[in-house]
Write a protein that binds this ligand. Sequence first.
Ligand SMILES: Cc1cc2nc3c(=O)[nH]c(=O)nc-3n(C[C@H](O)[C@H](O)[C@H](O)COP(=O)(O)OP(=O)(O)OC[C@H]3O[C@@H](n4cnc5c(N)ncnc54)[C@H](O)[C@@H]3O)c2cc1C
Length: 405
Amino acid sequence: MKTDSDIAIIGGGLNGPTLALALARQGFDVTVIDALPAAERADRDFDGRAYALAMASVRLLRRLGVWDGIEDRTQPMLEIKVSDGRAGMGPLSPFSLHFDHAELEEGPMGHMCEDRVLRPALLDAMEAEPRISQISGDAVTAQDVDGAGATLTLASGKTLRARVIVGADGRASGTAERAGITRSGWGYDQTALVCAVQHERPHYGIAHQFFMPPGPLAILPLPGDVSSIVWSERAETAAAFAAMSDENFLAVLRPRFGDFLGDIALKGRRYTYPLGLSLASSLIAPRLALVGDAAHGMHPIAGQGLNAGLRDVAALAQVLGEARQRGEDASAPDVLERYQRWRRFDIAALAATTDFSNRLFSNDNPLLRKLRGIGMGAIQATAPLRRAMMREAAGLSGDLPDLMR
Ligand SMILES: Cc1cc2nc3c(=O)[nH]c(=O)nc-3n(C[C@H](O)[C@H](O)[C@H](O)COP(=O)(O)OP(=O)(O)OC[C@H]3O[C@@H](n4cnc5c(N)ncnc54)[C@H](O)[C@@H]3O)c2cc1C
C-alpha cells in the first residue's frame, strides 16, 4: 500500500510533537497535523503558562534531544510544601507536608518549564527531523479506516494516508469522537486562574500548594524571582476575578498568596481554564490510538496531566517500535491492545486520585478538615511514605517505558 506516512498524528500541541520525535527515532515516517498555524503555536513571548515536568518526563525529553537545549531555562523543583488554609488566614491546620528532594537519590522531583520554552523547542526538534512532515493551519475533519490503512481529510480538502492514526488533539478530541469512542467525566464547577507573578524575595526552588475551600492555589517556582500561579476557584467567582483589572485581581490574590515572597506584581497574561474530568472509554480503535488529553483530561491539582500524556507517548512509541523490530504489523489490533493494557490502569488510578484529592480538599467541612490534618500529619511523620509519594510525583514508580528509565 502507498501511504504518505507510517503514522499520522492529529494534534501538534505538546504530546503530538513528543510522540512524533519518539517514533521518528525508531524509523517511522510521521506526519503531524495541527489546526493552528505553526507561528501561533511557537509564540516565544512570555505568557505566564508553565508545566511541572516530573523527572520521568525530563528523562524522556532528554532522550529525544530536546532537554539539553532548554534545561538552563527551567527551574528545578527542590521542595514542595503543602498546607491547608483559608484566604488571608494562613494555614488552619497545625499539620503541613514538606517534600524535600534531598530525600530522593535521583535529584529534583521535577522542573518547572514555561510553555513558551517547551512548545517551540518541540517544534524546532520536529523541523530538524527528516522523518517528520508537518501540516499546520489545517484541521482534520474526517477519518476513514479500511483494511490497508486510514485516510484523513483536512479542512482544505487535502487527503492523506497512513497505516496508523494517533489522536493527540486534546480534551475535545474529534479523532476519538469520529472513531465512536465515548467519553465519561464531569465538570468540577471550578475554573483555574493561571498567571505568573514577579516577587521581591527568592523562592529557592520551593513549590507551595495551599488547599483552600474553593480549590487549591499552587505557587510554582520559575527561573528568576518569578512564580507561576494555578489558582482554582468556584467557576462563578473565578469569572468575576478574571473580569477584574490587573490591580483589582492582585488585590484579591495577595491575601491568598501571603507575603512570604514579599510584594507581588503580575507578569504576562492571565488565563482561565474550566476544570473537569474527561476520560475516553477506550485508548484505541481500529488503526487508531489516543494519547494525552485526548485520552484523559484531569484536574491540575497534582500537576500531572502532561506527565501522564508523556507516559502514553513513551509507552506507545515503545510498543510500536518493538512491533516493528519484530517484523509485526504495527497497526495490528493486538499491537495497539498492548498499548492500551499498559496505560489503562495508570490513567484510571491517576484520574481517581486527582478527583478524590480535589473533593477531599476543596471544601470547608470541619470533619474533613480534621481528617486532612491527621492524614497530612501521619504522612509527614512517616519518611518511607513521604519518599513513596515523592517518587510517585516524580513519575518514577510503576512500569516505566524505556525512554523514561
Ligand atoms: C491550569 C492547568 C495547569 C496545568 N499544569 C500542568 C502541570 O503543571 N503539569 C502537567 O503535567 N500538566 C499540567 N496541565 C495539563 C496540560 O496542560 C495538558 O495535559 C497538556 O497541555 C495536554 O497536551 P496535549 O498535547 O495532549 O493537548 P493540547 O495541548 O490540547 O493540544 C491539542 C492540539 O490539537 C490541535 N487540534 C485539535 N483538533 C484538531 C483537528 N481537528 N485537526 C488538527 N489539529 C487539531 C489543537 O490545535 C492543539 O494544538 C495543566 C492544565 C491546566 C488546565
